[in-house]
Ligand binder design. Structure first.
Ligand code: BG6
Length: 491
């Protein structure tokens, strides 16, 4: 892997006044500055359509940073120094002539160019072509794009083709911010640095896997975007399938981007297609109605600001995925994700099979399988539930289930766990692609998800209702109970 701590970069940030840039990207860049990871001479060109000047934008960014960064991490002098790197350029993204001005800002002799498109994906092609015609890209330019790459396989191909006309695949960094999360990275270490787990990681030892990505928030003013996407496109096609791939993939031969991505693609290709006759048992689609969140009444999805009352877009999906290969044959992956669930919680539970012969108290037999809990958020860490003998003379051989626990923030004495975008931006600067998604991954994921969406449309069934603040429609509980299992929190 390349590790150029001192690579000087010119970062052109398209969509710099938008929500993503202001909420995530600038705070992440500030944290890199604070950690002294931005090379001297690296610069940022904030680009947007709004008439403003550099002084005004720096002032606005200072205020936004002050709000976004925790007070104990906000150092005004660091923020000032960071903002000295930022210039502002007003630009109509559709105007090829305008792009020529970008060359005046470039320091092409000394700095590598990174282009970050924090814009709607429909703009990616236009920006790429205009940069090319303004001769504002080189063989080494790195280009960062955000999800969603399309809303189905066909449209994703169009976007990928447009980018591919101008850039080689090795220049493209497709972000799935879940890949930048500390615990997600640790999954790779856990699986491939510990033979203890490597030797247990298959259908001989694992009975099933659960992946939950729950959010307490609703749509937060994003109704227009979200209603066209729905939870399956917004979360499953990317974040949850990426998590599934990292759990299910075979060991890569090394840590290079392509070795890892080749293994992930094999998993996506082995996902069993969900056919119309499987839908009732394998997929649950929900939409929240009014309820409560953190003790406060909240409106239903159809009553949110800007809502179309007749929408049948889902805000919750639970599904059972199966992987048709030797390692995972017969091991279901139960996946669920939703908005307005009781809490923000992302976790993966690996349920190991019980020992072949059980000799303890029959009443405790339900405890007899080990579980590995991988917590993405909150309290990033891992916990292995093992059985020990309960303490005390009167307890005989009663079993007790207890954790072997690793909470990252305590164990590693870290001041803070970096946000996903910090890590991802840092990897782009170093030119490491292993945390970014390759074109074929995006397309295989769409192929699988498209099939489910098509089945929904063909059946014409509306989503099942669930009250805000609950764990989704009861049908999602029925889906897993039918297999004699339950979601982890329900135990
Ligand atoms: C985004 C989705 O990709 O991920 C959002 O578009 C979602 O709808 C968000 O809220 C969740 O990310 P995180 O990091 O807060 O779990």
């Amino acid at each position: 892997m390349v590790n150029n701590m001192d690579t000087r970069c010119d970062l052109m940030l398209f969509g710099a006044l938008g929500d993503l840039a202001q909420r995530k990207l600038f705070p992440a860049l500030y944290q890199l500055e604070r950690a002294k990871l931005l090379a001297d001479g690296s610069r940022i060109l904030a680009i947007a359509r709004t008439e403003k000047d550099t002084t005004g934008v720096r002032k606005q960014l200072f205020e936004k940073l002050q709000k976004a960064i925790k007070p104990d991490q906000f150092e005004p002098s660091v923020a000032e120094a960071f903002l000295q790197r930022v210039d502002y350029q007003v630009l109509d993204f559709n105007d090829p002539e305008g792009f020529c001005q970008l060359n005046d800002w470039r320091d092409s002799d000394n700095n590598e160019l990174i282009v970050y498109m924090a814009t709607p994906p429909s703009m990616y092609g236009v920006i790429a072509r205009n940069l090319r015609s303004a001769q504002c890209c080189t063989e080494k330019t790195r280009v960062v794009v955000e999800k969603p790459i399309g809303h189905d396989l066909e449209s994703s191909k169009v976007i990928n083709d447009e980018l591919g006309e101008v850039y080689r695949e090795s220049q493209l960094f497709r972000i799935d911010h879940y890949l930048g999360k500390e615990t997600v990275q640790n999954l790779i270490a856990l699986r491939f640095a510990n033979n203890l787990f490597a030797s247990q990681w298959d259908q001989n030892h694992i009975s099933h896997v659960e992946i939950t990505v729950a959010e307490a928030v609703g749509i937060e003013g994003r109704w227009g975007y979200f209603d066209k996407a729905g939870q399956i496109r917004d979360m499953i096609q990317n974040h949850l399938l990426q998590l599934l791939c990292l759990i299910a993939m075979d060991p890569p031969s090394d840590l290079s981007a392509d070795s890892i991505r080749d293994e992930k693609v094999k998993v996506l290709k082995a996902l069993r297609q969900i056919t119309p006759d499987m839908m009732e048992r394998y997929v649950v689609r929900g939409q929240y109605t009014a309820g409560t969140s953190a003790g406060q009444p909240v409106p239903g999805y159809l009553e949110e600001e800007g809502a179309n009352r007749g929408s049948s877009t889902e805000t919750f999906v639970a599904l059972k995925a199966e992987i048709d290969n030797w390692r995972w044959s017969g091991v279901p992956f139960y996946i669920r994700t939703g908005k307005r669930l009781p809490e923000k919680l992302s976790q993966i539970i690996i349920h190991f099979k019980p020992a072949p012969h059980y000799i303890f108290d029959p009443d405790q037999k339900h405890l007899a399988n080990n579980k590995l809990i991988i917590r993405l958020q909150p309290d990033e860490g891992m916990e292995l539930k093992i059985l020990t003998k309960d303490q005390g003379l009167d307890k005989g051989m009663r079993l007790r289930q207890g954790p072997l626990e690793l909470t990252f923030s305590e164990t590693f004495d870290a001041e803070r766990i970096p946000d996903a975008y910090e890590r991802l931006l840092w990897e782009v600067m170093k030119g490491n692609q292993y945390l970014f998604v390759r074109r074929d991954e995006v397309e295989h994921a769409w192929r699988w998800v498209d099939r489910v969406i098509r089945n929904w449309h063909d059946s014409g069934e509306p989503p099942k209702r669930y009250a805000a603040g609950t764990w989704g429609p009861v049908a999602s509980i029925a889906m897993i109970t039918r297999d004699g299992r339950s979601w982890y929190e329900d135990v």
